[in-house]
Design a binder for this molecule. Structure first.
Ligand code: NAG
Ligand code: NAG
Ligand code: NAG
Ligand code: NAG
Length: 301
């Protein structure tokens, strides 16, 4: 009986392993690639909608969640009128993005998202290498909320740059360029707001905005495991534009081109543990769509 069960289990492991190897070797279609980044659109959409309105996507366009579970931990943030205005605009733009994706591709159900303050606090602690007391709360004030958005707004535009050379269909290329433009704009507005405050201490801590944002960029590079794909607000001059300036309000490579990253590297960061096969952090059950699911189903590859 036990042996039989073992044999059945082994057989099913071998079989599922075989299927997954076949799956992960199939070329990524445009739909697969766009769906991967759609996971990141859901993340920022929910962070913004909750922060500004106290309610998520289900309150404004429930059909776009495509039956996925509501996020965990979203909260109304204490925002000054300026950021509330700006981030409300961004939140609504995200709804448009999700609809636009849905209009060209079947789309994916919203994955389970963890946007609780403790999750952001985990990232901040990992960035600084020490546990802050009290714990960091992205919903507590405007600066913290902007820092939280700096944390999550990086992924979708970087993903669009990463997937764009792989796209085949001009409808998808046009959509991706359009999404990427506004996504980088949203990130840039936030970086600019933070750059202006780069020497400010974050409330309750002896930590500057520069220290946290630079550290978070380093953490992303470490978790991503593919070299530099992220830069903070202040860099050594050799890393700045034309190798001669340390201010780095917009990140870019040596020719000041935007960094792109492939799904694997982005998932390693978003899952918090540097492994695209092990879900966690923002996606406790993993991201949706064929690419993310192929990693989850093949822990050895
Ligand atoms: C490109 O994608 C669009 C939207 O899904 C589809 O209608 C069109 O047929 C595709 N074109 C090609 C050449 O595959
Ligand atoms: C969300 O993240 C926090 C902080 O790590 C954790 O305590 C909580 O259990 C997570 N929730 C889910 C549903 O994963
Ligand atoms: C705050 O941090 C700075 C720079 O790391 C350090 O020089 C200073 O002593 C710290 N102050 C306190 C009160 O911890
Ligand atoms: C960028 O420039 C710096 C300084 O000149 C150099 O050390 C680094 O290798 C360059 N990186 C790339 C990817 O070319």
């Amino acid at each position: 009986m036990a042996l039989h069960a073992t044999v059945v289990m082994l057989a099913s492991l071998v079989f599922s392993g075989f299927v997954n190897v076949a799956q992960s070797q199939a070329p990524n279609t445009d739909v697969d690639l766009l769906n991967l980044v759609q996971n990141m659109e859901f993340l920022t959409a929910e962070y913004l909608l909750y922060g500004v309105t106290g309610l998520g996507l289900d309150a404004i366009a429930p059909e776009l969640a495509q039956g996925g579970p509501p996020p965990v931990g979203g909260r109304l943030a204490f925002l000054d009128p300026f950021l509330k205005d700006v981030y409300f605009q961004f939140a609504l733009q995200k709804v448009g993005h999700l609809r636009a994706i849905r209009s060209v591709a079947p789309g994916i159900p919203r994955p389970l998202l963890n946007i609780s303050k403790n999750l952001f606090a985990d990232f901040v602690d990992a960035t600084l290498g020490r546990r802050l007391v009290p714990r960091f709360d992205p919903y507590a004030n405007s600066l913290n909320y902007a820092l939280g958005f700096y944390g999550v707004s990086y992924f979708a535009p970087t993903g669009y740059v990463g997937i764009s050379p792989e796209l085949q269909n001009s409808t998808f290329k046009r959509l991706t360029a359009g999404l990427m433009g506004v996504e980088f704009g949203q990130e840039a507005v936030t970086r600019s707001y933070l750059y202006e405050r780069r020497n400010h201490l974050i409330a309750s801590y002896n930590v500057t905005v520069t220290e946290l944002t630079n550290g978070l960029a380093d953490l992303r590079n470490t978790l991503g495991g593919v070299g530099t794909i992220s830069e903070g607000l202040v860099v050594p001059p050799s890393e700045g534009a034309e190798g001669r300036v340390s201010g780095n309000v917009l990140a870019g490579n040596n020719d000041s081109l935007a960094y792109g990253a492939l799904p694997r590297a982005l998932l390693r960061i978003l899952y918090g543990g540097g492994d695209e096969h092990v879900p966690g952090a923002f996606y406790p059950k993993g991201a949706n769509g064929r690419i993310a699911q192929s990693y989850l189903n093949s822990p050895m590859s």
